[in-house]
Design a protein around this ligand. Structure first.
Ligand SMILES: CC(C)(COP(=O)(O)OP(=O)(O)OC[C@H]1O[C@@H](n2cnc3c(N)ncnc32)[C@H](O)[C@@H]1OP(=O)(O)O)[C@@H](O)C(=O)NCCC(=O)NCCS
Length: 152
């Protein structure tokens, strides 16, 4: 667990534990983060994924309150950032960037040199934030996916 001091008190960053699933969902709902409650974000799906070596799932807490999350993963070639969320009252104070840096460092340690994320085109705040964190937007790439059902 890492802690950092800021003006609002100590923030700790630690690995996500499945016991905190309900608190995580509350954060995502407060944050307006799109997620898949009937698919890959179901408790059992996250619990299964947490057991894989590629899961770098982190949460940030301040005074016992869960205020941030990030799910880092990799497929051996690329790293991926998912489910980055910061509680509305805690935004624009550097926490989102801190969580991203933490995942980047861990992925770099594993030899992963390219890290990517997928952002809905309406999510201009996130788009701006990632670009400010050094991520390049690719206007020439279109995301295609094949799903067993629409909920996954
Ligand atoms: C995107 C999000 C995680 C950013 O978290 P945050 O803690 O506010 O981000 P930070 O304070 O670390 O800011 C990182 C950079 O983004 C910029 N940024 C953050 N919010 C911004 C906004 N609303 N408009 C413009 N720039 C913004 C910051 O200025 C900073 O850049 P700088 O260092 O050059 O100043 C947060 O807005 C959020 O939870 N959004 C809802 C959930 C979501 O959409 N997640 C992303 C899914 S892909």
């Amino acid at each position: 667990m890492k802690t950092l001091d800021d003006q609002g008190g100590k923030i700790s960053i630690s690995s996500f534990r499945i016991e905190d699933y309900d608190r995580l969902i509350s954060l995502w709902q407060d944050a307006g983060l799109p997620y898949k409650p009937k698919g890959r974000d179901r408790r059992d799906c996250i619990e299964r994924e947490l057991k894989t070596s590629a899961a770098i799932f982190l949460v940030a807490e301040r005074e016992g309150k869960l205020i941030g999350s990030i799910f880092g993963t990799h497929d051996g070639r690329k790293g991926w950032i998912n489910r980055l969320a910061v509680a509305p009252a805690q935004r624009t104070q550097g926490l989102g960037a801190r969580l991203v840096r933490e995942v980047e460092e861990r992925l770099h340690d594993l030899g992963i040199e390219i890290i990517a994320c997928l952002i809905e085109n309406w999510n201009t705040v996130s788009m701006e934030a990632f670009q400010r964190m050094g991520y390049k937007r690719h206007g020439d790439i279109v995301y295609l996916s094949k799903r067993k059902n629409p909920d996954v």
